[in-house]
Design a protein around this ligand. Structure first.
Ligand code: SF4
Length: 223
């Protein structure tokens, strides 16, 4: 309704300048309705119910391949609505307006739901059944995106087949740039890692930001 009201105020010849959000696909709807992990999540310390956070549309230019939603994202239903998201957007050099524009950025974690905490209050890993059930189909639907940003070790393993430590994979970023960048998770837990590895901010981030700008401002660029 808000969109229609805004469109009515725009001169007819300029209405195509309003960015359209592509329609949700059937696959996205199917994932949103998924409850495969209901029993598993009921047995965690958080005893929560599945709430898939689905944030992708075919035609996006940048893929953020993450790990799994955290507790705050489980509440909001939007990816990276937390301090990790603020740090990630800073790394990419974009604000929320672009990050949450589904026609430009897709966010596909290794599990679409918050995995919960164990009895010690630690994050549980993404349930492997999620990747097995959905990931290949999502990637087929998204096609060959010009920029893929891998956030954290789980995404490194799935997308690059990386088996070594995260630092080793990130340090080899030139092997995959400019189409793929492997990053550590932007969690506050990695603040010490960032201090120990200053090359990440001085060498990798400027190249990543330039690439983000390039693919988002040049939709005709297939590379
Ligand atoms: S984590 Fe994935 S497989 Fe499990 S309920 Fe959520 S969407 Fe389904």
């Amino acid at each position: 309704m808000v969109y229609l009201a805004l469109a009515a105020q725009i001169p007819r010849g300029k209405r195509n300048m309003v960015p359209d959000t592509p329609a949700e696909t059937q696959l996205a709807k199917d994932i949103r309705a998924c409850r495969l992990c209901a029993e598993r999540f009921a047995g965690t310390a958080t005893a929560h119910v599945p709430r898939p956070v689905v944030w992708f549309r075919p035609g996006a230019r940048v893929l953020i391949a993450g790990q799994a939603p955290g507790a705050r994202v489980h509440q909001t239903g939007r990816p990276f609505t937390d301090p990790s998201g603020d740090r990630l957007r800073d790394w990419l050099g974009i604000g929320e307006d672009i990050f949450y524009d589904l026609s430009r950025v897709a966010v596909v974690p290794m599990a679409f739901c918050f995995p919960g905490y164990d009895n010690k209050g630690s994050d549980l890993p993404p349930p492997p059944i999620c990747g097995r059930t959905w990931h290949n189909r999502v990637m087929a639907e998204l096609g060959n995106l010009p920029l893929v940003v891998l956030v954290g070790g789980h995404a490194h393993r799935y997308h690059l087949g990386a088996r070594g430590p995260v630092t080793e994979t990130v340090a080899a970023w030139r092997d995959h740039a400019p189409r793929v960048f492997a990053l550590p998770h932007p969690s506050w837990r990695n603040t010490g890692w960032l201090k120990k590895n200053p090359w990440f901010q001085t060498d990798l981030l400027p190249v990543l930001r330039a690439r983000v700008k390039e693919v988002l401002h040049d939709p005709g660029n297939p590379d």
